[in-house]
Write a protein that binds this ligand. Structure first.
Ligand code: SF4
Ligand code: SF4
Length: 387
């Protein structure tokens, strides 16, 4: 069975310099999972120090509860990286075959089909049937590459994001292309789940595809794809999130919003990989402020203090979320108490976890969940947004 000390031939404590830990608990205090899960990063790091070589940590199942939000790492006064410690433990557990079955299935699907959802490679562009979507099959030369992402391409609800963006790009005259059926999973969630080898394989395919094309930037639907292109791919071209592109288009007056519309009170839920991890807070808000009829309000916990939806770190494919109220359910409850009509977000995982929370809290009819791209397209084309 692989050991933690097999990585780089040193103990976990040595590798991550954990002797510098003050045991102040700031990491655990900010962890979105520590209330409901045994996951306690401070204790976890302490145990890696007091046990001879920290190997006992491999027996701990709560590492799978980590959402990889990185709140712990961003709060540490000693600049330690508890999130990376969790990932390192996951990696060794995976090497020893100790991995949740549902996550293993998602990894096998990513390797075999290029997506974690168990869907056929051939169906990757099915979402685009009947609408105008540029693709390298017809047009390889474009100013930017739009990386659609697996969840917007395959999930019936998240597909609304992809369809909305295609429509916005069409009406705003955006010069873009997509990889069409050549696109494969970016590998972000596999890496965060600890499967570094699979990430390497997936990222190599995408990097080769990128290298064959000429474009000035990559724009991603998902903050998770965007983040891994920035943090892990080492690309030498700019990578942006679609909300940044829409904010620029709105500022230039290139989004043909509809006229007067009914006032809708909207609260924006900051996705961790957009906000906390990449400091993109204003672009999504600027897009929402530009939409006629939208009254933007803020959650008490927003921006840097935003509540993680629990969908990151491979958790979309891990069953069981611990005891008690989930963060997405808290979000929905908070929004209803604030008298909000719509929670807007800008990430396919947030969209799905929040939609699920509306159902599990019996809140249908009290609140609605939309992606920002859907809100924009609904204003452009007229819609059910305010119904
Ligand atoms: S915040 Fe940093 S120093 Fe404080 S307990 Fe956590 S890892 Fe240790
Ligand atoms: S990355 Fe997020 S979920 Fe994981 S231990 Fe740190 S704060 Fe908790």
């Amino acid at each position: 069975m692989p050991k933690l000390s097999d990585i780089e031939g040193v103990t976990l404590a040595e590798r991550f310099e954990l002797a510098a830990c003050l045991q102040c608990g700031r990491c655990t205090g900010g962890c979105p999972m520590s209330i409901r899960s045994p996951l306690n990063s401070r204790k976890f790091l302490y145990e890696s120090l007091i046990r001879e070589d920290g190997e006992a940590l491999l027996e701990r199942e709560e590492v799978w509860d980590c959402t990889s939000c990185r709140t712990c790492s961003s709060r540490c006064p000693r600049e330690l990286d508890p999130a990376m410690v969790m990932r390192a433990v996951r990696t060794v557990k995976i090497e020893g075959g100790r991995i949740p079955k549902t996550l293993m299935d998602a990894m096998e699907s990513s390797l075999k089909h290029g997506n974690p959802w168990g869907r056929s490679r051939m169906k990757r562009t099915a979402w685009a049937e009947g609408i105008t979507v540029n693709s390298i099959e017809e047009d390889a030369e474009s100013e930017r590459l739009w990386f659609v992402g697996c969840t917007p391409a395959y999930d019936p609800r998240a597909m609304g994001m992809a369809k909305a963006l295609a429509r916005i790009f069409e009406v705003a005259g955006v010069d873009y292309t997509t990889l069409g059926s050549e696109e494969v999973c970016c590998g972000s969630e596999m890496l965060r789940a600890g499967e570094e080898g699979l990430f390497e394989e997936l990222s190599e395919v995408n990097k080769e595809n990128f290298a064959e094309l000429e474009f000035a930037e990559v724009v991603a639907t998902s903050p998770h794809c965007m983040n891994t292109f920035i943090a892990d791919y080492g690309l030498d071209i700019p990578v942006t999130h679609y909300t940044q592109l829409l904010a620029a288009l709105a500022a230039e007056g290139k989004l043909p919003f509809g006229g007067e519309s009914e006032e809708v009170k909207v609260a924006f839920h900051d996705p961790c990989y957009l906000g906390k991890q990449n400091s993109i807070y204003d672009a999504p808000r600027n897009v929402l402020k530009a939409v006629p009829g939208v009254e933007l309000v803020e959650f008490a916990r927003s921006r840097e203090r935003s509540l993680c939806c629990e969908g990151g770190g491979g958790r979309m494919w891990i069953e069981g979320m611990g005891e008690g109220e989930r963060n997405a359910q808290i979000r929905v409850r908070d929004a209803i108490e604030m008298g909000v009509d719509v929670i807007a977000t800008a990430c396919p995982f947030c969209l799905l976890t929040l939609e699920d929370a509306v159902k599990t809290t019996g809140s249908e009819g009290k609140i609605r969940i939309f992606d920002i791209a859907e809100i924009v397209v609904n204003s452009i084309d007229g819609s059910e947004r305010s119904e």
